[in-house]
Design a protein. Structure first.
Length: 118
């Protein structure tokens, strides 16, 4: 019986180790994986013309804020978030929309300005 339990324990640990290593590597798909250059092209002058990307970003921001209760810079409604995403992407066209959404949770030296963190 001890031999059976030991064999099962080893078997389970061998299966868990590779799966946790794969889970440690985040893999963004969907609209969040879109490049900022693509978002700029589709979003229009106010950032509102690409509803799929905007909905993805709003979902990410809402989920992260709710799940982790993380610090974030002030939100100015969907229109303000869209404009902030567009501003970030214009400054960083080779990054992903995911990076633009993550930027809402990063503190930087511009946080104390009138318009918040940029």
């Amino acid at each position: 019986m001890r031999l059976l339990i030991a064999a099962l324990s080893v078997g389970v640990s061998v299966m868990i180790v590779p799966s946790t290593r794969l889970m440690a590597q985040p893999h963004v798909t969907g609209a969040g994986a879109e490049s900022c250059a693509d978002f700029i092209r589709k979003a229009g002058p106010e950032g509102l013309s690409d509803p799929a990307s905007l909905q993805w970003a709003l979902g990410y921001i809402t989920g992260r804020m709710t799940a982790t209760n993380a610090w974030h810079r002030p939100f100015t409604g969907p229109e303000g978030i869209a404009l902030d995403l567009l501003t970030y992407c214009q400054a960083h066209p080779f990054r992903q929309l995911d990076d633009a959404a993550v930027s809402f949770f990063e503190r930087n030296r511009y946080c104390r300005t009138k318009r918040g963190c940029r």
